[in-house]
Design a protein around this ligand. Structure first.
Ligand code: GLA
Ligand code: ZN
Length: 675
């Protein structure tokens, strides 16, 4: 066992003469796993009745002979042209109501009977045919599920989905508040998909006149794709029950509710493609979110680019060492694989300038190849199986919820500047920058193991969630939430009786009004003697048991509280009534953590990330230098750095070159608390 190393390999797009050379090069790069068959439906099934596995058979034989493991995809992420021609119901309809033509990928309507029929058939044939290959280590269903369809099949299925969820048309009228604008519906047939032909309109993005309808459609659309995943999974399990099944997720991808999906996946895998302007905290947060989907179980880094991604506005090169650094970052946050898209750079269509292990030059004499090969060697000989299965302990949880994301951003008012992921990231980054270990959890997860739970922008507080928080705080937990929280229940209906709804008693406040400021304006407040900005939304609140930790400094609400603390039961609940800046969050959260005796996993210079994973082999401290200059880390707990074999005593200094990574293996010592 070791960290699996490899990624997408598409030999079917190349003449066979090249395959042999590929095998030589992959071996040189220490690659031991390939993801096959991601986009081959058209050649596997050239027409309705014909299947042709001859090429895939050859590929599978070659891969087996070369001792490579396989992550076997089912090819259902893009349908063949004949299917689109013969059965147009397989084509998606856009939010403008126009049915698309054959083109692009991730293009099938998830509710198309044609798609369901032929996707099942293909999955079954693949499972039957390749079940005997014991080098298949995982099934990879479809590819990066996403997008939305608004076709008639979807409309029909949406009605059924609603019927099942709400039971009666009266209840539908209630949850969607249909007496507004005379929308009362008499029959399920009155339901139409919410798109640009009905409730939605374009205005700085897609807005909706009935957010409740759009919200349910988002849920339905995610569920529809999940049903496709489950359908294929069930078939695969019939033939190969022991092979784990996954699909590659995309981190903070809004359209698919991964927290709902995770229960159906045997393990989580995801594709890490940060854009040029993103920072280490963005990547780390997504890793933690993906790890949290299955309560901290290790995940697979299914794809990353070895160099550039073609789809960016400009394809900035990953600096020397950065691919290795980001690979170790994935491992640090819970990955048991390091995988790439793709093995050989294609010569046509939109990914021909996307990096690959083997570049257009076709040999091993490239910087990217050398870096891939060096990392492969290191993983094979130094890291080996040491970190596998490692878990992350954390006393801090940040709550993330897809329904809440959808609802908060559909909201018409109070501000278009409200951005759920951005708000969550403020809190994540403040903790991340100080090397606190963080778990990203869902509203379904247990809170009791955490000393601190932060739920930024908890706009939608679903049935029972207030009770969960109430109990948690009563029992001694510390809870932090922000402006625009507690407003609505799960149907996006406002909870009457004052904001923040059912969280009022826990927080000991009442928010009477909120002042939405344009980007260029800010109020301010003093916290522990220092001034900080108040932006985006400024809550005007009254204390109802809480104490004010800071008050606004200007405007007609000068002197009103902006930051509060409420001692409730044995715990405390904090409320941050505005958006402030990085230094504020850093200071505020550090104060809370210190008060709770939560410690960072290590003290490091700015830009050096420290993350811990633990398993039976010990406690692994990953030190990741996101700067391109050398940094020094003071070692407070002795251990052996596994990439160099060097031993470090307490008080030693570990020198990290620019983009350098170190993994310090230390004896496990049980810390109390955390999960
Ligand atoms: C995604 C897909 C791959 C490939 C890469 C390119 O992650 O899954 O097929 O298109 O993007 O970045
Ligand atoms: Zn559809």
């Amino acid at each position: 066992m070791k960290i699996l190393y490899g990624g997408d390999y598409n030999p079917e797009q190349w003449p066979e003469e090249i395959w042999k050379e590929d095998m030589r090069l992959l071996k040189l790069a220490h690659i031991d796993i390939v993801t096959l068959n991601v986009f081959s439906w058209a050649s596997l099934q050239p027409d309705e009745d014909t299947y042709d596995f001859s090429k895939l058979d050859k590929i599978m034989e070659m891969i087996r002979e070369n001792g490579l493991k396989v992550c076997m995809a089912t090819s259902t992420g893009a349908h063949p042209a004949w299917m689109a021609r013969k059965y147009p119901d397989v084509l998606r309809t856009g939010n403008n109501g126009i049915r698309r033509k054959f083109g692009r990928r991730h293009n099938s309507c998830p509710n198309s009977p044609t798609y369901r029929k032929y996707a099942s058939a293909l999955a079954e044939k693949l499972a039957q045919r390749y079940a005997e290959y014991d080098n298949i280590v995982a099934w990879h269903i479809s590819n990066e599920y996403g997008g939305v369809c608004y076709c008639e099949n979807c409309e029909r299925e949406f009605r059924k989905w609603l019927q099942k969820k709400y039971g009666s048309i009266e209840e539908l009228n209630r949850v969607w508040n249909l007496s507004f604008w005379s929308h009362n519906m008499y029959d399920w047939e009155d339901v139409v998909v919410p798109n640009l032909l009905s409730e939605e309109f374009e205005d700085d993005g897609i807005r909706s006149a009935f957010q409740g309808i759009s919200l349910d459609y988002a849920r339905f659309n995610s569920d529809s794709m999940l049903a496709c995943f489950q359908m294929e999974k069930e078939i695969l399990k019939r033939y190969t029950p022991e092979i784990p099944v996954t699909t590659n997720l995309m981190g903070t991808y809004k359209i698919v509710d991964y927290q709902k999906w995770a229960g159906s996946m045997d393990f989580v895998s995801w594709d890490n493609y940060p854009s040029c302007e993103e920072e280490p905290a963005d990547i780390a947060m997504r890793h933690d979110l993906m790890r949290g989907l299955k309560q901290g179980q290790p995940f697979a880094l299914m794809e990353q680019t070895p160099g550039v991604s073609n789809w960016q506005a400009f394809c900035k090169l990953k600096r020397p060492g950065v691919m290795r650094l980001w690979s170790y970052e994935a491992v640090a946050h819970g990955s048991d694989t390091v995988m790439f898209f793709q093995m050989r750079r294609s010569i046509g269509a939109c990914e021909k300038y996307h990096s690959a292990v083997i570049d257009h030059v076709g040999n091993e004499h490239t910087r990217v190849f050398r870096e891939v090969a060096e990392l492969g060697e290191e993983l094979e000989n130094k890291v080996r199986d040491l970190t596998l299965g490692g878990r992350t302990k954390s006393e801090i949880a940040i709550v993330f919820d897809w329904d809440n994301w959808w609802a908060a951003e559909y909201s018409a008012g109070p501000s278009r500047l409200i951005n759920y992921c951005q708000e969550v990231k403020q809190y994540y980054k403040a903790l991340f920058s100080q090397n606190y270990s963080i778990n990203m959890i869902s509203v379904e997860d247990d809170l009791s193991a955490y000393k601190l739970v932060i739920a930024p922008l908890l706009y939608m507080c679903k049935e029972g969630y207030d009770e969960k928080i109430r109990e948690y705080v009563k029992q001694g937990g510390t809870f932090v939430t922000t402006y625009f929280s507690g407003y609505v229940e799960e149907h996006d209906l406002v909870v009457p009786g004052g904001y923040p709804g059912k969280l009022k008693d826990i927080l000991g406040i009442w928010v009477e009004e909120s002042d939405a400021l344009p980007e260029t304006e800010a109020n301010s407040f003093l916290y522990k003697g220092k001034g900080y900005p108040a932006r985006i939304l400024c809550d005007l609140m009254h204390l109802q048991g809480a104490e004010a930790l800071a008050c606004y400094e200007s405007d007609f609400y000068q002197g009103m509280p902006v930051l509060t603390k409420h001692s409730f039961g044995k715990g405390n609940a904090y409320y941050v009534g505005t958006r402030s800046d990085e230094t504020f969050y850093g200071r505020f959260l550090r104060d809370i953590c210190e008060g709770l005796d939560i410690r960072p996993v290590a003290e490091t210079p700015d830009g050096v990330e420290a993350v811990v994973r633990e398993n039976v082999n010990g406690s692994f401290l990953f030190l990741l230098n996101h700067h391109l200059n050398t940094e020094k880390v003071f070692i407070s707990r002795p251990g052996t750095e596994i990439l160099t074999g060097k031993k470090y005593a307490q008080g030693d200094t570990l020198v990290l070159p620019g983009a350098g990574a170190a993994i310090l293996q230390r004896d496990c010592r049980d810390k109390e608390g955390g999960k």
